[in-house]
Design a protein around this ligand. Structure first.
Ligand SMILES: [Zn+2]
Length: 110
């Protein structure tokens, strides 16, 4: 696992994201990225209002080095391995955050 830039801030990440990052790391290595995932945003960056990034419950990981077919396939596989998370496919990255059910269980939502 590495950071795309020193300004990427993962220090305040909620522990609920550890499992998602671990599973993604394994999958990325299986898919030929021997250094594992590259995190492009944690608590840093500009996101939509109310984004879970700001509370340390979301991570973006790079996928732009793959063609569209592979991005779609790996996204589907990541979703399959992480049913408790919402995984959103973008053209340059995959966004991961806990599902509402998991967030509720962890006391992150009222
Ligand atoms: Zn994101």
């Amino acid at each position: 696992m590495k950071l795309s830039h020193p300004s990427v801030d993962i220090r305040g990440l909620n522990p609920v994201m550890r499992k998602a990052m671990k599973v993604a790391e394994r999958l990325w290595i299986e898919e030929g990225e021997l250094d594992g995932i590259t995190i492009t945003a944690g608590l840093d960056g500009v996101h939509s209002a109310g984004s879970w990034h700001y509370s340390g419950c979301a991570v973006d990981i790079r996928n732009r080095y793959w063609d569209e077919a592979k991005r779609i396939r790996v996204h589907a596989e990541l979703k399959r391995r992480l049913p408790d998370y919402d995984i959103v496919l973008h053209s340059t990255h995959v966004h991961m955050e806990p599902s509402d059910r998991l967030a509720q269980k962890c006391g992150l939502m009222i």
